[in-house]
Design a protein. Structure first.
Length: 232
């Protein structure tokens, strides 16, 4: 079976990552999924941003966790990518759900895993929108995933890792998905995962000519920053 296609931070090849413009372009690309990164603002809102600070992807400075939503909303999150995206804002998870949640499946990566409120707020937001069962929650942080499982038993919860050998952690904790950096994947790893009932998603694979190779390995999802270029 052909892998499903997942956009990475929206269609971050065509629009500034983790913005509404990028998520709209992920839908246009025909991707089955979009991945997005979330953190909590100083006033506890779930906002969509990869880095711990706003410095790289906005015209501001400072830690997301020390800025209120009102302060984050004043920032330009698009001009760094190109003038066409000037004025693009830092979205909340709720805004992403509202714009595209019924047109593409959401894979929400918990970045502020050190904040114990994050996981609960993410699951509550997906659940309130009626989207939880079709979504995925993932993190590099095992503790966040174990908390997610308490709140969402049997849910599509994924351990992210750059190392194939960390499949063992997913197996030990009964996590149903392993989202692994694509260089770390080979046929034996996919077979071992599948024999144990664990599905495999690879990131961040931006080379269209490698699609067939990874499809032949049997990976379940390919996550890419260039979904519009992928030969699905
Ligand atoms: O979903 C996995 C991938 O997004 C992890 O890497 O740095 O892009 O969040 P990063
Ligand atoms: Ca991510």
């Amino acid at each position: 079976m052909s892998p499903q296609l997942m956009a990475h931070r929206g269609n971050s090849g065509l629009a500034p990552e983790n913005t509404l413009a990028a998520f709209a372009k992920a839908v246009e690309s025909g991707a089955d999924w979009t991945e997005l990164d979330v953190r909590l603002s100083a006033d506890g809102e779930v906002v969509v941003m990869h880095d711990a600070t706003v410095d790289r992807t906005t015209n501001g400075t400072g830690a997301v966790a020390e800025l209120t939503l009102a302060e984050l909303k004043k920032l330009d999150a698009g001009s760094w990518f190109g003038p066409d995206f000037s004025g693009e804002r830092v979205p909340t998870l709720a805004e992403v759900i509202e714009l595209v949640g019924r047109r593409i499946r959401l894979n929400v990566e918990i970045k502020s895993a050190n904040n114990p409120l994050t996981v609960g707020k993410v699951i509550e937001a997906l659940s309130a929108a009626g989207l939880l069962e079709q979504s995925m929650v993932c993190s590099f942080a095992l503790e966040a995933l174990l908390e997610a499982r308490q709140l969402w038993p049997g849910g599509r919860i994924a351990l992210i890792s750059g190392r194939g050998q960390d499949l063992e952690i997913a197996l030990r904790h009964g996590l149903p998905w392993f989202n692994v950096e694509y260089h770390a994947v080979d046929e034996a790893l996919v077979r071992q995962a599948h024999e144990a009932g664990v599905k495999v998603s690879i990131w961040t694979m931006d080379e269209p000519q490698l699609w067939d190779y990874y499809a032949a390995l049997g990976v379940d999802i390919i996550c890419t920053s260039v979904p519009h270029l992928m030969p699905v």
